[in-house]
Design a binder for this molecule. Structure first.
Ligand SMILES: Cc1cc2nc3c(=O)[nH]c(=O)nc-3n(C[C@H](O)[C@H](O)[C@H](O)COP(=O)(O)OP(=O)(O)OC[C@H]3O[C@@H](n4cnc5c(N)ncnc54)[C@H](O)[C@@H]3O)c2cc1C
Length: 403
């Protein structure tokens, strides 16, 4: 029988914990959460020779997880936040390698176009960082954009930044593939709900105690529930709505060869989306943080107001889509830190326990690098997290600065 991503995961998930454990004992590290952050942490620890058990309550990149969407943008323009530019670049190498080995593509190199009404600090800083790092970034004026992408109405836009090397990651598939590779190379995966144990070396998996040298909690939007006292006021989970629209039949202008991933800064009310990736439809979403959201009980039906906003925006910027039917809606959540920086740190009170999350609506692309950083901390290769990723810098006031 042909081994597929799904069959590897299904076989691994069906194995009871006792069968997963090696004869020489239990795992060295348990990673809780098989979203993009946990999957890549597990993979880097495995590469370092550790025996790793990865667990998830509902499966890798499941429908409720933040990594469970169809596609995620990867880009290196981050204003002055060059740390994320470097991380996106390093991560893209891993995604490309994984994509080359996978049966179906994990990365579509469609390019990414950001556009602005006028020159703003974010654009100016992005240009400076790209120049400093010698990275390709095309600067375009209104007419150049209108000629190159006639399917977009650039009224009111004077500046565009185009990143040719970047594009779209196939999110759910990318995480499944990461976990399948991890399992195929000797890592262990199990479907289980985890509850922190009495100390940092113990965790209850479906009520059964398990021990490891280190336990990484990569629980995404569930982190505030897993550690309510510590993170309940430091991770802000918000409802985010996404829609897909069917392009006109037979119209190639919305295919990835003709249209890049795009983000309209729109005077601070940012909208973004993708071309018709793999026939899924033209993707459109609004980046503004929505209301508070519970990843377990939150209503995942699209709101009428949200659909109307996306419709109005699409009609204005992409006139050929006017009147075209929506093909799909998704409601997902951002798990925001106070300012948008990730959380990659030790638990302050439980020796052996580590905290990983705060993807803040832009974490997916960085999964490989975030996983490497977390693994370095667990392995003692890094003595302290980068200050920006420390728990100490996570405030209790939600005020985003990273975009
Ligand atoms: C609509 C939307 C658009 C986005 N767009 C982009 C984009 O264009 N580019 C980009 O880079 N990023 C984007 N992001 C952000 C990115 O998707 C997230 O930052 C990233 O997926 C977070 O991954 P994670 O592993 O931290 O969390 P998750 O993917 O949520 O994974 C956490 C996992 O932990 C498991 N878990 C939780 N608690 C337990 C427990 N107690 N026991 C066992 N398992 C548990 C869950 O089941 C889940 O699978 C977007 C996010 C959304 C919602």
């Amino acid at each position: 029988m042909r081994t597929t991503r799904r069959s590897v995961l299904a076989a691994a998930a069906a194995a009871p914990l006792a069968a997963c454990a090696r004869p020489s004992g239990g795992p060295d590290v348990i990673v809780v959460g098989a979203g993009v952050f946990g999957a890549w942490t597990a993979e880097h620890l495995r590469r370092a020779g550790k025996r790793v058990l990865l667990v998830d309550q509902m499966g890798p990149a499941n429908a409720r997880a933040s990594s469970g969407g169809e596609s995620r943008m990867t880009r290196s323009a981050y204003g002055r936040d060059a740390i994320y530019t470097r991380m996106a670049l390093a991560s893209l190498e891993e995604w490309r390698r994984l994509s080359q080995r996978a049966t179906l593509p994990l990365f579509h190199n469609a390019g990414v176009l950001f556009f602005f009404a006028e020159m703003v600090d974010y654009a100016r800083d992005s240009i400076a960082v790209h120049r400093e790092l010698n990275l390709p970034l095309e600067q375009l004026d209104h007419d150049a954009m209108a000629q190159r992408w006639p399917q977009i109405d650039f009224t009111g836009v004077t500046l565009g930044l185009f990143e040719p090397e970047f594009g779209a990651l196939m999110a759910r598939r990318g995480v499944e593939e990461t976990v399948a590779r991890f399992v195929a190379q000797g890592g262990e995966y199990r479907l289980a709900h985890a509850t922190p144990g009495p100390d940092g070396h113990h965790v209850l998996l479906d009520g059964e105690a398990a021990r490891a040298e280190a336990i990484v909690y990569a629980c995404g939007p569930w982190l505030p529930k897993v550690f309510p006292e510590l993170l309940g006021q430091r991770i802000f989970v918000t409802r985010q709505e996404v829609a897909f629209i069917a392009p006109p039949d037979g119209d190639e202008r919305f295919e990835p060869a003709a249209l890049p991933g795009w983000a309209d800064f729109n005077g601070g009310d940012l909208y973004y989306g993708f071309p018709n990736l793999e026939g899924r439809g033209f993707k459109i979403a609004r980046d503004t943080h929505g209301p508070d959201f519970d990843p377990d009980t939150g209503d995942r039906r699209m709101s009428e107001d949200g659909a109307a906003l996306l419709r109005a925006f699409a009609d204005r910027r992409f006139p050929a889509l006017a009147g075209r039917p929506f093909t799909e809606f998704r409601v997902c959540q951002y798990e925001n830190s106070s300012n948008g920086d990730f959380l990659i740190d030790r638990h302050p009170d439980l020796e052996g326990a580590f905290l990983l999350g705060g993807g803040s609506g832009h974490g997916f692309k960085h999964g490989p690098e975030v996983g490497r950083m977390m693994a370095d901390l667990v392995l003692g290769r890094a003595t302290e997290p980068d200050e920006r990723f420390s728990l100490a810098t996570k405030a209790t006031v939600h005020a985003r600065t990273v975009l």
